[in-house]
Design a protein around this ligand. Structure first.
Ligand code: SAH
Length: 354
Protein backbone atom coordinates (compact mmCIF):
# COMPACT_ATOMS: atom_id res chain seq x y z
CA UNK A 1 0.00 0.00 0.00
CA UNK A 2 1.01 3.61 -0.49
CA UNK A 3 2.87 4.55 2.73
CA UNK A 4 1.05 6.92 5.07
CA UNK A 5 3.69 9.63 4.70
CA UNK A 6 3.15 9.63 0.91
CA UNK A 7 -0.60 9.99 1.48
CA UNK A 8 0.09 12.91 3.80
CA UNK A 9 2.43 14.53 1.25
CA UNK A 10 -0.12 14.23 -1.54
CA UNK A 11 -2.82 15.76 0.65
CA UNK A 12 -0.55 18.76 1.22
CA UNK A 13 0.62 19.06 -2.39
CA UNK A 14 -0.53 22.25 -4.09
CA UNK A 15 1.65 22.44 -7.18
CA UNK A 16 -0.72 21.75 -10.11
CA UNK A 17 2.01 20.13 -12.19
CA UNK A 18 3.03 17.73 -9.47
CA UNK A 19 -0.64 16.99 -8.78
CA UNK A 20 -1.00 15.99 -12.43
CA UNK A 21 1.14 12.97 -11.57
CA UNK A 22 -1.34 11.95 -8.85
CA UNK A 23 -4.32 12.38 -11.18
CA UNK A 24 -2.60 10.37 -13.93
CA UNK A 25 -1.63 7.58 -11.56
CA UNK A 26 -5.15 7.28 -10.10
CA UNK A 27 -6.68 7.27 -13.59
CA UNK A 28 -4.23 4.60 -14.78
CA UNK A 29 -4.93 2.37 -11.77
CA UNK A 30 -8.68 2.81 -12.35
CA UNK A 31 -8.31 1.85 -16.02
CA UNK A 32 -6.13 -1.20 -15.30
CA UNK A 33 -8.14 -2.58 -12.41
CA UNK A 34 -11.72 -1.62 -13.39
CA UNK A 35 -11.74 -0.54 -17.05
CA UNK A 36 -13.63 2.27 -18.76
CA UNK A 37 -17.14 1.32 -17.71
CA UNK A 38 -19.12 3.59 -15.42
CA UNK A 39 -21.91 2.11 -13.31
CA UNK A 40 -25.12 4.04 -12.73
CA UNK A 41 -26.81 3.58 -9.36
CA UNK A 42 -30.29 5.06 -9.08
CA UNK A 43 -30.63 6.92 -5.78
CA UNK A 44 -34.00 6.93 -4.02
CA UNK A 45 -34.21 9.11 -0.92
CA UNK A 46 -36.87 7.20 1.02
CA UNK A 47 -37.41 9.51 3.97
CA UNK A 48 -36.00 12.67 5.50
CA UNK A 49 -37.19 11.84 9.03
CA UNK A 50 -34.25 11.42 11.37
CA UNK A 51 -33.75 10.71 15.07
CA UNK A 52 -30.13 11.85 15.15
CA UNK A 53 -28.44 15.14 15.99
CA UNK A 54 -25.52 15.12 13.54
CA UNK A 55 -23.89 18.55 13.59
CA UNK A 56 -23.35 18.61 9.83
CA UNK A 57 -26.61 17.32 8.38
CA UNK A 58 -29.73 19.29 7.51
CA UNK A 59 -31.97 16.28 8.24
CA UNK A 60 -31.07 16.34 11.95
CA UNK A 61 -34.06 15.95 14.23
CA UNK A 62 -33.83 19.42 15.74
CA UNK A 63 -34.16 21.13 12.35
CA UNK A 64 -37.75 22.37 12.60
CA UNK A 65 -37.53 24.29 9.34
CA UNK A 66 -37.69 21.15 7.25
CA UNK A 67 -41.02 19.63 6.16
CA UNK A 68 -40.72 15.86 6.59
CA UNK A 69 -41.76 13.11 4.18
CA UNK A 70 -41.59 9.35 3.94
CA UNK A 71 -42.19 7.62 0.59
CA UNK A 72 -44.99 5.06 0.33
CA UNK A 73 -44.07 1.49 -0.69
CA UNK A 74 -45.67 1.93 -4.10
CA UNK A 75 -43.66 5.10 -4.74
CA UNK A 76 -40.46 3.24 -3.90
CA UNK A 77 -41.44 0.38 -6.21
CA UNK A 78 -42.18 2.86 -8.99
CA UNK A 79 -38.73 4.44 -8.57
CA UNK A 80 -37.08 1.00 -8.73
CA UNK A 81 -39.05 0.14 -11.88
CA UNK A 82 -37.86 3.40 -13.40
CA UNK A 83 -34.25 2.51 -12.53
CA UNK A 84 -34.65 -0.79 -14.36
CA UNK A 85 -36.34 0.90 -17.34
CA UNK A 86 -33.50 3.40 -17.59
CA UNK A 87 -31.00 0.55 -17.71
CA UNK A 88 -29.43 1.01 -14.28
CA UNK A 89 -28.18 -2.12 -12.50
CA UNK A 90 -28.64 -0.96 -8.93
CA UNK A 91 -31.07 0.96 -6.81
CA UNK A 92 -29.70 2.74 -3.72
CA UNK A 93 -32.19 3.45 -0.96
CA UNK A 94 -31.05 6.19 1.38
CA UNK A 95 -32.75 8.00 4.25
CA UNK A 96 -32.35 9.74 7.56
CA UNK A 97 -32.24 7.38 10.52
CA UNK A 98 -35.96 6.76 10.56
CA UNK A 99 -37.63 4.13 12.79
CA UNK A 100 -40.75 4.79 10.69
CA UNK A 101 -38.99 2.70 8.06
CA UNK A 102 -39.85 -0.57 9.75
CA UNK A 103 -37.86 -3.78 9.49
CA UNK A 104 -40.74 -5.85 8.09
CA UNK A 105 -42.09 -3.08 5.88
CA UNK A 106 -38.77 -2.51 4.16
CA UNK A 107 -38.05 -6.25 3.92
CA UNK A 108 -41.27 -6.57 1.92
CA UNK A 109 -40.24 -3.73 -0.40
CA UNK A 110 -36.78 -5.27 -0.92
CA UNK A 111 -38.34 -8.65 -1.78
CA UNK A 112 -40.66 -7.05 -4.31
CA UNK A 113 -37.86 -5.06 -5.95
CA UNK A 114 -35.69 -8.17 -6.25
CA UNK A 115 -38.56 -10.30 -7.60
CA UNK A 116 -39.83 -7.71 -10.08
CA UNK A 117 -36.66 -6.06 -11.32
CA UNK A 118 -33.67 -8.21 -10.33
CA UNK A 119 -31.77 -5.00 -9.54
CA UNK A 120 -28.96 -5.01 -7.00
CA UNK A 121 -30.23 -3.31 -3.84
CA UNK A 122 -28.02 -1.01 -1.79
CA UNK A 123 -29.18 0.37 1.56
CA UNK A 124 -27.95 3.54 3.27
CA UNK A 125 -30.27 3.99 6.22
CA UNK A 126 -27.87 4.85 9.03
CA UNK A 127 -27.25 2.80 12.16
CA UNK A 128 -29.87 0.08 12.48
CA UNK A 129 -30.00 -3.00 14.71
CA UNK A 130 -28.31 -6.28 13.82
CA UNK A 131 -31.73 -7.94 13.60
CA UNK A 132 -32.93 -5.40 11.05
CA UNK A 133 -29.73 -5.56 9.01
CA UNK A 134 -29.90 -9.38 8.98
CA UNK A 135 -33.56 -9.36 7.99
CA UNK A 136 -32.92 -7.00 5.07
CA UNK A 137 -29.98 -9.10 3.93
CA UNK A 138 -32.22 -12.19 4.01
CA UNK A 139 -34.81 -10.28 2.00
CA UNK A 140 -32.20 -9.79 -0.73
CA UNK A 141 -30.36 -6.53 0.00
CA UNK A 142 -26.86 -6.74 -1.49
CA UNK A 143 -24.92 -3.75 -0.21
CA UNK A 144 -24.83 -1.25 2.65
CA UNK A 145 -23.35 2.24 2.67
CA UNK A 146 -22.35 3.74 6.01
CA UNK A 147 -19.68 6.42 5.99
CA UNK A 148 -17.49 6.57 9.08
CA UNK A 149 -17.28 10.34 8.31
CA UNK A 150 -13.91 10.77 10.08
CA UNK A 151 -11.58 8.33 11.82
CA UNK A 152 -10.75 10.95 14.46
CA UNK A 153 -12.83 9.58 17.33
CA UNK A 154 -13.04 12.85 19.29
CA UNK A 155 -14.13 14.80 16.21
CA UNK A 156 -16.64 12.09 15.29
CA UNK A 157 -18.19 12.17 18.77
CA UNK A 158 -18.54 15.95 18.52
CA UNK A 159 -20.26 15.98 15.15
CA UNK A 160 -22.21 12.73 15.53
CA UNK A 161 -23.52 12.66 19.11
CA UNK A 162 -24.99 9.48 20.59
CA UNK A 163 -28.75 8.93 20.60
CA UNK A 164 -30.22 7.76 23.94
CA UNK A 165 -26.69 7.43 25.33
CA UNK A 166 -25.75 4.62 22.94
CA UNK A 167 -22.19 5.08 21.66
CA UNK A 168 -22.06 5.13 17.88
CA UNK A 169 -19.45 2.72 16.47
CA UNK A 170 -19.65 2.67 12.70
CA UNK A 171 -16.47 0.59 12.37
CA UNK A 172 -18.09 -2.19 14.41
CA UNK A 173 -21.25 -1.92 12.33
CA UNK A 174 -19.26 -2.16 9.08
CA UNK A 175 -17.59 -5.34 10.35
CA UNK A 176 -21.00 -6.75 11.28
CA UNK A 177 -22.40 -5.87 7.84
CA UNK A 178 -19.52 -7.67 6.19
CA UNK A 179 -20.18 -10.69 8.40
CA UNK A 180 -23.79 -10.70 7.18
CA UNK A 181 -22.54 -10.95 3.60
CA UNK A 182 -23.19 -7.38 2.48
CA UNK A 183 -20.81 -5.54 0.18
CA UNK A 184 -19.76 -2.70 2.44
CA UNK A 185 -19.30 0.93 1.54
CA UNK A 186 -17.98 3.72 3.69
CA UNK A 187 -16.24 7.03 3.32
CA UNK A 188 -15.75 10.49 4.72
CA UNK A 189 -16.51 14.16 4.32
CA UNK A 190 -13.54 16.30 3.38
CA UNK A 191 -13.09 19.62 5.15
CA UNK A 192 -15.17 19.03 8.27
CA UNK A 193 -14.42 21.95 10.63
CA UNK A 194 -11.84 20.51 13.02
CA UNK A 195 -10.47 17.91 10.56
CA UNK A 196 -6.68 17.97 10.04
CA UNK A 197 -4.31 16.61 7.40
CA UNK A 198 -3.28 13.86 9.82
CA UNK A 199 -6.90 12.87 10.32
CA UNK A 200 -7.49 12.65 6.59
CA UNK A 201 -4.34 10.57 6.04
CA UNK A 202 -5.67 8.18 8.71
CA UNK A 203 -9.00 8.04 6.85
CA UNK A 204 -7.30 6.95 3.63
CA UNK A 205 -5.32 4.28 5.52
CA UNK A 206 -8.62 3.11 7.04
CA UNK A 207 -10.16 2.67 3.56
CA UNK A 208 -7.41 0.16 2.85
CA UNK A 209 -7.57 -1.55 6.23
CA UNK A 210 -11.34 -1.96 6.01
CA UNK A 211 -10.85 -3.38 2.51
CA UNK A 212 -13.95 -1.46 1.42
CA UNK A 213 -16.08 -2.53 -1.52
CA UNK A 214 -17.31 1.04 -2.04
CA UNK A 215 -15.80 4.37 -1.02
CA UNK A 216 -17.85 7.59 -1.02
CA UNK A 217 -16.01 10.87 -0.57
CA UNK A 218 -17.36 14.39 -0.86
CA UNK A 219 -16.54 17.87 0.40
CA UNK A 220 -18.27 19.05 3.58
CA UNK A 221 -20.84 21.70 2.65
CA UNK A 222 -22.01 24.06 5.40
CA UNK A 223 -25.76 23.94 6.07
CA UNK A 224 -26.98 27.11 7.81
CA UNK A 225 -29.58 25.23 9.90
CA UNK A 226 -26.96 23.02 11.57
CA UNK A 227 -24.52 23.72 14.44
CA UNK A 228 -21.51 22.93 12.27
CA UNK A 229 -22.80 24.98 9.36
CA UNK A 230 -23.27 27.99 11.61
CA UNK A 231 -19.97 27.54 13.43
CA UNK A 232 -18.07 26.55 10.29
CA UNK A 233 -15.02 28.78 10.31
CA UNK A 234 -15.04 29.24 14.10
CA UNK A 235 -14.60 25.48 14.53
CA UNK A 236 -11.58 25.37 12.23
CA UNK A 237 -8.26 24.19 13.70
CA UNK A 238 -4.55 24.50 12.92
CA UNK A 239 -3.88 22.35 9.89
CA UNK A 240 -7.56 22.58 8.91
CA UNK A 241 -8.52 20.67 5.76
CA UNK A 242 -10.24 23.04 3.31
CA UNK A 243 -13.62 21.82 2.03
CA UNK A 244 -12.70 22.27 -1.61
CA UNK A 245 -13.26 20.28 -4.79
CA UNK A 246 -9.50 19.80 -5.20
CA UNK A 247 -9.06 18.37 -1.73
CA UNK A 248 -11.98 15.96 -2.24
CA UNK A 249 -10.44 14.94 -5.59
CA UNK A 250 -7.14 14.20 -3.88
CA UNK A 251 -8.93 11.87 -1.47
CA UNK A 252 -10.77 10.14 -4.34
CA UNK A 253 -7.48 9.65 -6.19
CA UNK A 254 -5.75 8.31 -3.07
CA UNK A 255 -8.73 6.02 -2.35
CA UNK A 256 -8.24 4.53 -5.82
CA UNK A 257 -4.53 3.97 -5.15
CA UNK A 258 -5.09 2.21 -1.83
CA UNK A 259 -8.18 0.27 -3.00
CA UNK A 260 -7.68 -0.39 -6.74
CA UNK A 261 -10.70 -2.71 -7.06
CA UNK A 262 -13.31 -0.78 -5.09
CA UNK A 263 -16.30 0.99 -6.57
CA UNK A 264 -15.85 4.73 -6.09
CA UNK A 265 -18.58 7.24 -6.97
CA UNK A 266 -18.09 10.72 -8.33
CA UNK A 267 -20.37 12.23 -5.70
CA UNK A 268 -23.21 14.75 -5.83
CA UNK A 269 -21.36 16.95 -3.31
CA UNK A 270 -18.54 17.33 -5.86
CA UNK A 271 -21.05 18.29 -8.55
CA UNK A 272 -22.66 20.72 -6.12
CA UNK A 273 -19.43 22.66 -5.55
CA UNK A 274 -18.44 22.47 -9.24
CA UNK A 275 -21.58 22.02 -11.38
CA UNK A 276 -19.63 22.40 -14.63
CA UNK A 277 -16.90 19.85 -14.14
CA UNK A 278 -17.27 18.16 -10.75
CA UNK A 279 -18.72 14.86 -12.01
CA UNK A 280 -16.19 14.53 -14.83
CA UNK A 281 -13.23 15.41 -12.63
CA UNK A 282 -14.21 12.70 -10.16
CA UNK A 283 -14.41 10.14 -12.98
CA UNK A 284 -11.09 11.31 -14.43
CA UNK A 285 -9.30 11.03 -11.07
CA UNK A 286 -10.25 7.59 -9.82
CA UNK A 287 -14.04 7.24 -9.70
CA UNK A 288 -16.06 4.67 -11.68
CA UNK A 289 -19.64 5.15 -10.44
CA UNK A 290 -22.29 7.88 -10.58
CA UNK A 291 -25.56 7.98 -8.69
CA UNK A 292 -28.36 9.69 -10.62
CA UNK A 293 -31.25 10.82 -8.43
CA UNK A 294 -34.54 8.92 -8.83
CA UNK A 295 -36.38 10.47 -5.89
CA UNK A 296 -39.78 11.83 -6.99
CA UNK A 297 -39.28 15.52 -7.81
CA UNK A 298 -41.83 16.62 -5.18
CA UNK A 299 -39.57 15.25 -2.41
CA UNK A 300 -36.18 16.17 -3.86
CA UNK A 301 -35.73 19.60 -2.32
CA UNK A 302 -36.76 18.21 1.10
CA UNK A 303 -33.84 15.77 1.23
CA UNK A 304 -31.59 18.67 2.02
CA UNK A 305 -28.58 17.19 3.81
CA UNK A 306 -26.72 20.29 2.58
CA UNK A 307 -27.95 23.32 0.58
CA UNK A 308 -27.75 23.83 -3.17
CA UNK A 309 -27.59 20.09 -3.96
CA UNK A 310 -26.84 19.48 -7.64
CA UNK A 311 -29.60 18.23 -9.96
CA UNK A 312 -32.43 18.89 -7.47
CA UNK A 313 -34.94 19.97 -10.12
CA UNK A 314 -34.20 17.27 -12.67
CA UNK A 315 -36.36 14.30 -13.55
CA UNK A 316 -34.75 10.87 -13.74
CA UNK A 317 -34.84 11.06 -17.52
CA UNK A 318 -33.08 14.42 -17.85
CA UNK A 319 -30.59 13.39 -15.19
CA UNK A 320 -29.76 10.19 -17.09
CA UNK A 321 -29.36 12.03 -20.39
CA UNK A 322 -27.09 14.63 -18.82
CA UNK A 323 -24.92 12.03 -17.08
CA UNK A 324 -24.68 9.88 -20.18
CA UNK A 325 -23.42 12.91 -22.11
CA UNK A 326 -20.87 13.72 -19.42
CA UNK A 327 -19.62 10.12 -19.27
CA UNK A 328 -19.30 9.80 -23.03
CA UNK A 329 -17.65 13.21 -23.38
CA UNK A 330 -14.65 11.87 -21.47
CA UNK A 331 -14.41 8.68 -23.51
CA UNK A 332 -16.05 6.35 -21.00
CA UNK A 333 -19.13 4.16 -21.41
CA UNK A 334 -22.08 3.17 -19.28
CA UNK A 335 -21.90 -0.33 -17.85
CA UNK A 336 -24.70 -2.88 -17.90
CA UNK A 337 -25.58 -5.14 -14.96
CA UNK A 338 -25.33 -4.76 -11.19
CA UNK A 339 -21.57 -4.11 -11.03
CA UNK A 340 -20.51 -5.63 -7.72
CA UNK A 341 -17.10 -4.61 -6.41
CA UNK A 342 -14.23 -6.67 -7.78
CA UNK A 343 -12.93 -7.10 -4.24
CA UNK A 344 -16.23 -8.60 -3.15
CA UNK A 345 -16.18 -11.08 -6.02
CA UNK A 346 -12.53 -11.94 -5.30
CA UNK A 347 -13.24 -12.53 -1.62
CA UNK A 348 -16.31 -14.63 -2.45
CA UNK A 349 -14.43 -16.85 -4.92
CA UNK A 350 -11.40 -17.36 -2.69
CA UNK A 351 -13.61 -17.86 0.34
CA UNK A 352 -11.66 -15.33 2.35
CA UNK A 353 -13.87 -12.96 4.34
CA UNK A 354 -11.10 -10.71 5.58
N1 SAH B 1 -28.64 8.68 7.50
C1 SAH B 1 -27.68 8.02 6.63
C2 SAH B 1 -27.51 8.76 5.30
C3 SAH B 1 -26.95 10.14 5.50
S1 SAH B 1 -26.73 11.12 4.05
C4 SAH B 1 -26.36 7.90 7.34
O1 SAH B 1 -26.15 8.63 8.32
O2 SAH B 1 -25.53 7.10 6.94
C5 SAH B 1 -25.25 10.42 3.37
C6 SAH B 1 -23.96 11.17 3.61
O3 SAH B 1 -24.09 12.53 3.29
C7 SAH B 1 -23.48 11.19 5.04
O4 SAH B 1 -22.89 9.98 5.42
C8 SAH B 1 -22.50 12.35 5.02
O5 SAH B 1 -21.18 11.91 4.75
C9 SAH B 1 -22.99 13.21 3.85
N2 SAH B 1 -23.40 14.54 4.34
C10 SAH B 1 -24.29 14.84 5.31
N3 SAH B 1 -24.31 16.16 5.55
C11 SAH B 1 -23.39 16.72 4.73
C12 SAH B 1 -22.91 18.05 4.52
N4 SAH B 1 -23.38 19.08 5.22
N5 SAH B 1 -21.95 18.23 3.58
C13 SAH B 1 -21.45 17.21 2.87
N6 SAH B 1 -21.86 15.93 3.04
C14 SAH B 1 -22.81 15.68 3.95
Amino acid sequence: MLPRHDILNWLGEEDPQRLDALWARADAVRRESIGDEVHLRGLVELSNHCVRACGYCGLRKANRRLARYRMADEEILDAARRAAALGYGTVVMQSGEDPGITADGLAGVIRRIKAETGLAVTLSLGERSMEELALWRDAGADRYLLRFETSNRALYDRIHPPVNGARSDRFALLAALRGLGYEIGSGVMVGIPGQTFDDLADDVVAFHELDLDMIGVGPFIAHPDTPLGRAATAANVDGQIPNTVDMALKVIALARLVCPHSNIPSTTALATLDPERGRELGLLRGANVVMPNLTPVKYRALYEIYPGKACVGETAETCTRCLRGRIESIGRRIAAGPGPSRRFVERATTGVMS
